[in-house]
Design a protein around this ligand. Structure first.
Ligand code: ATP
Length: 301
């Protein structure tokens, strides 16, 4: 069974500076680098490293950036689902100061224009029993249409509606919704994660996960609440933890792990990310994820 990840991909250019520039100022960075990012790509890579068959559908531009992205994703999964548009590839400029705070400006022409049902073979490829993972980077109407189309054929839908885009996401075609605590509050106005998760179920989701940073996550399925503590680690850089959680969770579920165990494994995978720098660079390897599954299997015996 494959997992279809549908979303965005971009080039992240990161500049490290001592302090943020003031308006009108030009500042030299102490260091800069290019990498592949975008929530869709991050989650697709994380899912693939659990060992499942990933099909990633995302838009690229027609420029050298598209070739760079293809080159970096080569070997993670099949790249047939990447389509090219007569636009500049999506790109984020990330400025990080010495305190680790960041400013981000993104160009999202490709994601804003992307309609996977019309432009890719997604609709024909999805089959009963498959899994679909989406995020909040595409237009809300497009995301909703994909979720509905995929639900119709009997696939399982997972939505991580981040970044939120104003109106609360439609959850009526969503099996499992994953949000962080801030997003849970923004959607439901409930500061308490359990009450927020209950509200997400009232809005249509069959199960809800609220990630709680260093506290782990809360899973609500039916009437059962499972509070899963985080693995204690020395924090180096938390960026990418949410995407690795979502991508790995989808991968583990697709591999046949039950919901609660998939969430426990995802918590363990996300802890590996916060213990090292970078986003995609910090994503656990196939070997690391396989070790986590072996340990979980041994503990379940
Ligand atoms: P980000 O935006 O930083 O990628 P997020 O805000 O989407 O993440 P979080 O709830 O902060 O989501 O983190 C996702 C998961 O990562 C948590 O459920 C937890 O399992 C793990 N995690 C995050 N921070 C820590 C931490 N300090 N120690 C251990 N695990 C952590």
């Amino acid at each position: 069974m494959p997992v279809h990840v549908v979303g965005n991909v971009c080039i992240d250019t990161t500049f490290r500076v001592d302090r943020f520039p003031v308006p009108g100022e030009t500042l030299n960075a102490s260091d800069h680098s290019d990498g592949v990012g975008g929530k869709g790509a991050n989650q697709a890579v994380a899912a693939a490293r659990t060992g499942v068959d990933v099909r990633f559908f995302a838009p690229l531009g027609s420029d050298p950036a598209a070739a760079f992205i293809r080159e970096r994703l080569k070997g993670e999964f099949d790249l047939d689902g990447l389509s090219e548009k007569p636009l500049p590839s999506d790109r984020s400029t990330i400025v990080v100061n010495r305190d680790g705070e960041n400013l981000i400006v993104s160009g999202v022409a490709c994601a804003a224009d992307f309609d996977p049902l019309q432009e890719t073979g997604l609709a024909a490829l999805i089959a009963r029993g498959d899994f679909l993972v989406m995020q909040g980077n595409l237009r809300a109407t497009v995301t909703d249409a994909c979720l509905r189309a995929v639900k119709t054929v009997g696939a399982t839908t997972i939505l991580n509606p981040s970044p939120l885009s104003g109106a609360a996401p439609d959850l009526t075609a969503v099996d499992i919704v994953i949000v962080n605590q801030g997003e849970a509050f923004e959607i439901t106005s409930e500061p308490d994660p359990e009450r927020a998760a209950r509200d997400l179920l009232r809005r249509g989701a069959k199960a809800a996960i609220v990630t709680l940073g260093a506290e782990g996550c809360l899973l609500l399925e039916g009437g059962t609440v499972d509070l899963i503590p985080a693995v204690k680690v020395a924090v180096v850089d938390t960026s990418g933890a949410g995407d690795v959680f979502c991508g790995c969770f989808a991968g583990f579920l697709t591999k046949g792990w039950p919901l609660a165990q998939s969430a426990r494994l995802a918590v363990a995978a996300a802890a590996l990310v916060v213990g090292r720098p970078g986003t995609l660079e910090a994503c656990p390897s196939r070997v690391e994820l396989s070790k986590l599954m072996n340990t979980m299997e041994a503990e379940s015996l």
